[in-house]
Write a protein that binds this ligand. Sequence first.
Ligand code: SAM
Length: 257
Amino acid sequence: MPDADAIGPGDGGPEGQDKARLVGRIFDRVADRYDLMNDLMSGGIHRLWKESFVDQLVPRLGERYLDVAGGTGDIAFRVLERVKKSGRKQNVSHTQVIVCDINPSMLSVGRDRAIDRGLLTDLSWVTGDAQQLPLPDKCVDAYSIAFGIRNVSHLERALEEAYRVLTPGGVFLCLEFSKVGDRFLKRLYRLYADNVIPMIGEWVTGSRPSYEYLVDSIRRFPDQDTLAGMITEAGFGRVAYRNLSGGVVAIHSGRRL
Ligand SMILES: C[S@@+](CC[C@H](N)C(=O)[O-])C[C@H]1O[C@@H](n2cnc3c(N)ncnc32)[C@H](O)[C@@H]1O
């Protein structure tokens, strides 16, 4: 089994169980610095990407949301805050947001953040694998996954599970690193990713390999059209995507028919 410290860009990359263990150890190591790292690595831009993502989700009072690979709760908090704003005097607790993540350390940081924000009653935190969700069929109106699907060992299984838990007509939304089209931007981005991200990672979390894994996993991840094809293959209709920041990330969407 490859050790996290032994994984770097250029090797074959872990698969299956090895990848799952590696990803588990990485997020254990970085959990308490994860949010700070996101701000430093992206210069805060991840916040704009996430805002855009939640804009597209259009959170509504009374709906049931599932945020898979939800980590420290960033998307879930935004969903609830939007609903609060739109609902004003109405009761937000009619809206239910489930955060599901395979890593208890990430969820634990998320719970602490929720306590700090006074967001407790409308949220539930579930430890579970995106490839085998511990939830019944057709139980949520929207499924979101942000910067998570790249980390699962078998992407197709995660998509099948997303389809299974959504109600008919339910929305699927995925925010993920993707492929930059413009050649100049691509070169610049590559220089930044290869040199700056692992350096910041080492400095902040003490774990350079974790952030080398991040860069490598972005490189290996399917491009926009390939991912859209896989979402269609999983049974979703009205599949579309839009690029943000020239394709550094993309939002893919679909609906359970
Ligand atoms: C980069 S973080 C994203 C967290 C959050 N969605 C955000 O945007 O800040 C990736 C998350 O995916 C989780 N993860 C990795 N593999 C998973 C799996 N198979 N099932 C569920 N969660 C998984 C990790 O534990 C981690 O919390």
